[in-house]
Design a protein around this ligand. Structure first.
Ligand SMILES: Cc1cc2nc3c(=O)[nH]c(=O)nc-3n(C[C@H](O)[C@H](O)[C@H](O)COP(=O)(O)OP(=O)(O)OC[C@H]3O[C@@H](n4cnc5c(N)ncnc54)[C@H](O)[C@@H]3O)c2cc1C
Ligand SMILES: *[C@@H]1O[C@H](CO)[C@@H](O)[C@H](O)[C@H]1NC(C)=O
Ligand SMILES: *[C@@H]1O[C@H](CO)[C@@H](O)[C@H](O)[C@H]1NC(C)=O
Length: 491
């Protein structure tokens, strides 16, 4: 008995010590940014990194699932990439591997917008509301450029304030719905809190072109992430077999100094390295799932807590038969309710998956939170009530429903970040800034492409470059003293 116990202790000790041999880098999280960082390290000849991932898969907020006999995306779905001055690297990969994607055509939406109690709005009514939003986007873009040109002050306002300044604040239910589609539908938060200066003009449009392409491929959007991962990690039979990637490792504690880091995971393991790259969402950082020792300085906690993570939910429904029109110009339809964003944006998947009888409806922000809390049966009943207003009483009930719950998931807490009005560029620099051996990455750390999957890709590479420069050339940003405006609060 005693010998067994001793043996057990030795095995445990060896396991702990072997993982405690300091690596150069530990990457927390195997989403797009973490994988991009790993690829960058690998390409720079730094091979002794580890990746600790809380779940049992790579991809994070890029996540396919099976629904109604097809692959649908719980997370990222669209790529921008045609006609702009730059090439979206993720779109280039999608092209190379022939990932099926479809141009999202909203041009016919003025013929497909339904009233709260049923029946359509006239084409003219919807066009007038669309014109108003377009005017707000144009005015906002011009004004944002003026604000940015003045480098002396970090001046900003909300999108809503810009709409007021333009004398075009949405007033009717229809105008609010179109406003929701243009702004909440992109930012996942209301124009009341969204920054004008950091959201308009939309960098995805100006860099890559205005078209949005919807990925619908049985291999999933995440096959793009795997294409990058293959550059860094060993694969066999389509799956990662690399010993440096640890699944089901929930990092709960990070002790850091100028010279190294010690990470503890929920299952009691200890990992050490010279540096760590922290990639979970800003919502996870706000939630205190990870305890930092010592506590992060106030300037860092403020940069984290004052940024915003939106919530955006695609609710998938499967039907026994099709009762909606198909063909050109019918893919999207809108439902207008007094309650802003109530089951507002609908998309049927007949183009992508003919005969699948699948549709989904997108909600955001407070509606997402509400729907995450209630049983699926309640959500299905609400969605059916809306569909019966649109298509009549005799349509069949959905046979299946799938609701991603990103907000309640402690490894995400939301879907993509949003820049709040008044959050300064200086603060965003603090969000990205390393502290000693701790480096920060993730979509939220990209100053232009925050929120987007390609933002996560660029952020991961940039953070890895900072780490590489520190390890190879001893130029370490984390050692630059961030001696900032906080002494009024801290002493
Ligand atoms: C519903 C939805 C729709 C979207 N639509 C689009 C779109 O159409 N186009 C687009 O470009 N982008 C879209 N996005 C955004 C895009 O998916 C993200 O910007 C991007 O995937 C974020 O990558 P990341 O590496 O920064 O974060 P994540 O993907 O969140 O990666 C972080 C990783 O860290 C892990 N983790 C968290 N906590 C811990 C811990 N304590 N210990 C260890 N590991 C941990 C997580 O499991 C995760 O794998 C969407 C996202 C969602 C959710
Ligand atoms: C909307 O704007 C277009 C283009 O500027 C214009 O032709 C059209 O008449 C406007 N429609 C309405 C209903 O205001
Ligand atoms: C636009 O939508 C209407 C209503 O669903 C449909 O009848 C029409 O064919 C569509 N037009 C185009 C040009 O796509």
């Amino acid at each position: 008995m005693k010998i067994l116990l001793v043996l057990l202790c030795i095995t445990l000790f060896v396991a702990l010590v072997s993982s405690a041999t300091p690596a150069s880098v530990i990457i927390v999280g195997a989403g797009m940014s973490g994988i991009s960082a790993a690829k960058q390290l690998q390409e720079a000849g730094i091979y002794d990194y580890l990746i600790l991932e809380a779940t049992d898969r790579i991809g994070g907020r890029i996540h396919k699932t099976q629904f109604g006999g097809h692959t649908v995306e719980k997370g990222a779905n669209w790529l921008h990439g045609v006609g702009g001055p730059e090439k979206n690297p993720m779109f280039e990969i999608a092209k190379r591997i022939n990932l099926k994607n479809y141009y999202s055509d909203f041009s016919n939406i003025s013929l497909n917008t339904y009233k709260q109690e049923g029946g359509k709005y006239s084409k003219e009514e919807v066009e007038a509301a669309l014109n108003k939003t377009e005017s707000n986007e144009e005015f906002g873009t011009e004004f944002a450029e003026k604000l940015s040109a003045n480098k002396d002050v970090d001046d900003d306002m909300s999108l809503l304030a810009a709409e007021r300044l333009n004398n075009m604040e949405p007033k009717t239910a229809l105008e609010r719905m179109i406003d929701f589609y243009s702004f909440d539908g992109e930012q996942a938060e209301s124009p009341r809190i969204t920054s004008l200066k950091h959201v308009l003009p939309r960098p995805e449009y100006t860099l890559y072109g205005e078209g949005e392409y919807f990925v619908a491929d049985e291999r999933g959007f995440e096959s793009i992430v795997h294409e990058y991962a293959k550059i860094a990690l060993a694969y066999k039979n389509g799956g990662v077999i690399d010993a440096r990637l640890y699944y089901n490792k929930v990092v709960t504690e990070i002790e850091y100094s100028d010279t190294g880091v010690t990470l503890k995971t929920e299952d009691g393991r200890v990992f050490q390295a010279k540096t760590a790259i922290i990639s979970p969402s800003v919502g996870v950082l706000q939630s205190n799932l990870i305890k930092f020792k010592p506590e992060l300085p106030l300037w860092k906690r403020r940069a984290i807590d004052e940024f915003s993570l939106g919530i955006y939910t695609k609710i998938f429904l499967k039907f026994p038969r099709r009762f909606w029109p198909t063909g050109p110009g019918t893919e999207f339809f809108f439902y207008v309710h007094q309650r802003r964003g109530y089951y507002a944006i609908w998309q049927q998947l007949d183009n992508e998956y003919p005969g699948s009888n699948i549709m989904f409806v997108t909600v955001a922000d407070q509606e997402s939170i509400r729907i995450e809390q209630q049983p699926d049966s309640k959500t299905k009943a609400e969605a059916m009530e809306v569909l019966r207003k649109i298509f009549g009483k005799n349509i069949p009930d959905a046979t299946d429903i799938m609701i991603p719950r990103w907000n309640s998931d402690r490894f995400y807490k939301g879907t993509f970040s949003n820049w709040p009005a008044g959050y300064t560029e200086e603060k965003h620099n603090h969000l990205r800034a390393p502290i000693g051996s701790l480096y920060f990455t993730g979509e939220h750390t990209h100053a232009q492409l925050f929120g987007y999957a390609d933002g996560a890709y660029f952020a991961g590479a940039e953070t890895a470059n900072d780490v590489i420069s520190c390890l190879k050339r001893k130029v370490c940003k984390g050692n630059i003293n961030m001696n900032i405006t906080e002494h009024a609060f801290e002493n």
